[in-house]
Design a protein around this ligand. Sequence first.
Ligand code: AMP
Length: 281
Amino acid sequence: MKIASDIQTLRNHLRGFSQSNQTVGFVPTMGALHKGHISLVQSSKRQNDKTVMSIYVNPTQFGPKEDLASYFRPIEKDKELAQSFGVDVLFLPDDSMMYPEHTPIRIHEAHFSNTLCGAYRPGHFDGVCTVVAKLLHLVQPTRLYLGKKDAQQLRVLTHMVRALFFDVEVVGAPTVREEDGLACSSRNGYLTPQERSIAPEIYRALTKAAVEFEEGERDRKKLLRQAQDHLQTIDPIDVQYLELLSWDRFEADDVVTTPSILAIAAVLGKTRLIDNVWLTP
Ligand code: AMP
């Protein structure tokens, strides 16, 4: 595995791939790698000649009161994992490299970013769009691998890629879960043992609605109520939002007739967790 800690080295490594017409899959991450990240690498390796991963904790997507300073950065362990799963190039930029401009420049997506996490994390998706646009310009991959776990991020970035004519195929990969159903996340490491034992209830609540949906229920309010009723029994879980939105428009339809997501953000202790399930008629 080649490691690039600066842009010139990254470009030198990538030049060989483009000169030999090799396809490149790109997996952007913030590190603290887990099974979810690894599944993206595995998808990329199946579909491309080379796989590039970035690890960068992007400051512009964190709010002033969020966990930027305390975000896990186990870089040596991450390097070992990336190497053992066959990443070809690992890009490890720093802030001065990613944001050389003295006056900020931002990409603002103005529809899909407004709801769900965007409503609770002002500016978050501007930061996500901006850093991913910069990374795409640098890596120029054939395919971009994103997790469905961050469904809104996938929606916003798919839109950005189309709207700004990036020549890349976006691949949304299924959410990888722990055995008890909790979606793998770098932030799960913040949970106390007691919070960790409660956290799978978030997915259980979504599953209750998904089962109703499979059995034919299409009424938005009834589906939401299934999940809400379950969550109400779990006292320490503080739900920020629980929402059912169509995938194509991100709108709340009374009756689910098109592929949709049931998405949740909930706070457990000091940890904010997100999850979602797809409801496809
Ligand atoms: P992060 O390091 O949290 O920014 O995530 C990097 C990429 O991994 C994003 O595309 C995430 O959606 C994806 N990802 C995170 N957790 C999971 C998971 N449990 N299953 C699948 N993909 C994930």
